[in-house]
Design a protein around this ligand. Structure first.
Ligand SMILES: [Fe+2]
Length: 407
């Protein structure tokens, strides 16, 4: 069990506290310039290597709406969106993320973004005409964590399609919900994002104080982005919300009917963290897309911060279903402002996969369960199965597991 001094154990098995102090031994200096007032995550620019294949995935299968397209890029939006786009698919040589883009409250916040990142010594580029169609004056930076971040206020308004039921499918994606970033040093990343005005809503820690992941928000939901511990900077996923759980099941049914079930990496299921219902897909380039619904309101200033023990087997999946190794190990490269992939730095803290799956890891269902109490068949793909009487053949070695393979 973890040492969670100062936190209150809830009847649900996790801890709550006020703005959990996550300490970094290697903090990024906090600029004296005020941070821009960020409203929400607004869009991601993804570089894809086959525009037709990506169009089939995001438009024909997932049903995102095309605002505009040409032979180099497709601009897509979700049903409730009134700004030009939530996702840009841009043709390029290497699958990667070109921008995590946030909308700010006013045009003046772009000046604040320039001053904030300039003081940090980051590369900053501002374009009055925007970097993508439909978006006005924009600031792009390579942030101190190595991620390409964008800020904009002005945008072309387009029709909100909520009332156009004739255009909607059973698995309709209604909003962009969040990004998820992979970074080697989560406390350092969290401290920096707090200086940018983000609040922590949930995190995963162990008893030694290692932070494995943290969820942070500007809009009043569980997150606009999360920092996931791993080799980075890389992008873990981009996430769209549906209205209901059944919409997610409809996406699974459609993928099955199309013989595209190999696009399903993990789920559907219920998260412990965020309490949302989820599904993880992989697009034709391997970019991970989450579909998610029904997290909770977090907008009060004293919103309780939730801390999960890394060994709680219900933190990633409330039903205790194993997390596939690819979900922990795979991520998309991110680009610098010249379009070159950023070098990836290895995580030196413990890996969540190593401490929870397989021979060196353990997870519990009930607090106080003995180590290794979790049945072998619950311990995840790649875990050794022994003594259950139900495994007549030796299980494949962990390295033999690939995306889509199940025990
Ligand atoms: Fe997510």
């Amino acid at each position: 069990m973890s040492n969670h001094a100062g936190k209150t154990l809830t009847s649900s098995g996790f801890y709550v506290s006020q703005e959990a102090p996550i300490h970094s031994d290697n903090p990024i200096a906090i600029p004296t310039a005020p941070a821009p007032d960020i409203l929400r995550c607004a869009y991601m620019e993804l570089v894809v290597t086959d525009l037709a294949a990506s169009r089939e995935f995001y438009v024909d299968i997932l049903g995102l709406h095309v605002t505009e397209e040409d032979d180099q890029a497709i601009y897509l939006r979700s049903t409730e969106e009134f700004i030009h786009h939530n996702l840009v698919l841009r043709l390029g040589p290497v699958a990667a993320v070109a921008a995590f883009s946030y909308r700010v409250r006013s045009a003046e916040d772009l000046d604040r973004a320039v001053a904030f990142y300039t003081e940090l010594g980051c590369r900053v580029e501002r374009r009055e005409g925007g970097f993508t169609k439909g978006i006005g004056d924009s600031v792009r930076v390579t942030d101190p964590l190595g991620f390409p971040y964008e800020f904009f206020y002005g945008t072309e308004h387009v029709e909100r399609l909520s009332w156009r039921y004739d255009l909607q499918i059973p698995g309709e994606l209604v909003r962009l919900d969040h990004f998820n970033q992979i970074t080697p040093d989560v406390p350092r990343a969290v401290g920096f994002m707090q200086s940018l005005g983000f609040r922590v809503t949930e995190d995963i820690q162990d008893g030694e104080g290692v932070v494995y992941a943290a969820w942070m928000r500007r809009k009043p939901t569980v997150h606009d982005t999360a920092m996931t511990g791993g080799d980075g900077p890389r992008m873990h996923h981009v996430c769209f919300a549906t209205h209901e759980k059944h919409n997610i099941l409809a996406i699974c049914d459609k993928l099955g009917a199309l013989r595209r079930s190999d696009a399903i990496e993990r789920g559907p299921g219920r998260h412990g963290v965020s309490n949302a219902f989820y599904l993880y897909l992989r697009d034709p380039d391997g970019h991970r897309v989450e579909v998610y619904t029904q997290d909770y309101y977090t907008g009060d200033p004293d919103n309780p911060v939730v801390t999960w023990d890394v060994h709680d087997n219900q933190r990633r999946d409330w039903w205790g279903n194993p997390v596939v190794p690819s979900w922990y190990t795979d991520g998309s490269l991110v680009l610098d402002l010249d379009g070159n992939p950023q070098p990836v730095i290895a995580r030196s803290d413990s890996s969540e996969m190593a401490v929870t799956i397989g021979a060196d890891g353990f997870s519990y269902t009930r607090a106080g369960d003995e180590k290794d109490a979790l049945p072998a068949w619950k311990q995840g793909e790649g875990a050794a199965v022994s003594g259950s009487g139900s495994a007549p053949e030796a299980p494949p070695a962990p390295q033999e597991f690939k995306l889509g393979n199940q025990l």
